[in-house]
Design a protein around this ligand. Structure first.
Ligand SMILES: [Zn+2]
Length: 101
């Protein structure tokens, strides 16, 4: 039994690797990560591309036109989606312009 389980696990891992490898470059649907509360649109991008964006904690995937220039900068523009990076200064500027401080 144990030998069979090990064998199956090995097969599953091989299948997973194969699927992941094969689908890396074909588009999948991810949720738009913009700040709009009513946005539930999907962005079509390859999982391999998404992983590259997620490598930067401050970067987010949004649809073209969904970026908010006041709090984030567009760092990459692609066909069908843009990558934005949140700016720390956004919060600091808000503090600095507060007349009470
Ligand atoms: Zn959006």
């Amino acid at each position: 039994m144990a030998a069979n389980e090990a064998l199956f696990r090995g097969v599953n891992e091989a299948i997973e690797r194969g699927v992941w490898h094969g689908e890396e470059q074909s588009a999948a649907a991810f949720r738009c990560e913009c700040a709009r509360l009513d946005c539930n649109q999907l962005v079509s991008i390859a999982p391999g591309e998404y992983v590259l964006i997620r490598a930067y904690p401050r970067r987010f995937l949004v649809l073209p036109g969904h970026e908010n220039p006041e709090i984030e900068s567009v760092v990459e523009t692609h066909e069908g989606y843009v990558v934005v990076e949140k700016r720390d200064e956004a919060g600091e500027l808000a503090d600095a312009s507060d007349p009470r401080s």
